[in-house]
Design a protein around this ligand. Structure first.
Ligand SMILES: Cc1cc2nc3c(=O)[nH]c(=O)nc-3n(C[C@H](O)[C@H](O)[C@H](O)COP(=O)(O)O)c2cc1C
Length: 185
């Protein structure tokens, strides 16, 4: 007998369930996992396939703790992370919108990849005033910048617990998704 077909919604569950993780247990991620995540990142699509990014895989606890300290409160999720991937983008103002779009694509893809692997990831935004110290920590050249650091690790049980009642963490579908035309138009 054939198994019941799996619904589209069920197949897309890892994407729907992708969430920010900010608390991790000390068990490190293995190199194979980090390499697989980095490969997902570098295979992301980008404007005109320009692949404007470079990635730094960070596992040194002293670097992770220094980034956490430098960028608070946005970097609070890095405090217990056992790894992070810094998304290194061009610093030029030309193409800033395209670069930001590409950066968002790669960051979210890393979060989805972590969700598929049942590990945790989250976005830490590196503010402009914090960037020089993070750049110094990571040896970023003057024509590049780091705005997104994706923290990674095995989430604690508390971090895995739902933060809100089921179905309430996002606006309802009927307030966000419309058929054919914007409502009221
Ligand atoms: C562009 C962008 C920047 C973000 N920056 C930060 C950040 O600096 N620090 C942080 O802890 N979370 C950051 N987040 C995560 C959001 O706060 C998070 O996605 C939102 O609260 C929803 O949480 P959930 O995905 O766990 O439901 C960022 C998300 C996006 C899309």
């Amino acid at each position: 007998m054939n198994a019941e077909p799996v619904s589209p919604a069920e197949r897309l569950r890892p994407l729907r369930r992708t969430r920010q993780f900010r608390q991790f247990d000390p068990t490190p991620l293995d190199r194979e996992t980090l390499d697989a995540l980095a490969d997902v990142a570098r295979w992301s699509g980008s404007s005109r396939n320009g692949q404007p990014w470079r990635f730094i895989v960070i596992t040194d606890p002293s670097t992770l703790r220094a980034i956490h300290q430098a960028g608070l409160p946005q970097t609070r999720g890095v405090e217990t992370a056992t790894a992070a991937i810094a998304v290194v983008m061009p610093a030029d103002a030309d193409g800033a919108v395209h670069h930001a779009y590409d950066e968002g694509r790669v960051a979210e893809r890393l979060l989805v990849a972590a969700s598929v692997l049942d590990i945790g990831a989250g976005i830490s935004w590196i503010r402009g005033d914090v960037r020089p110290s993070v750049h110094a920590l990571l040896g970023i050249p003057p024509d590049r910048m780091v705005r997104t650091i994706v923290q990674l690790g095995h989430p604690t049980a508390a971090a895995r617990a739902p933060k809100s009642a089921p179905g309430t963490a996002r606006l309802p579908r009927d307030e966000t998704v419309f058929d054919e035309r914007f409502p009221g138009s």
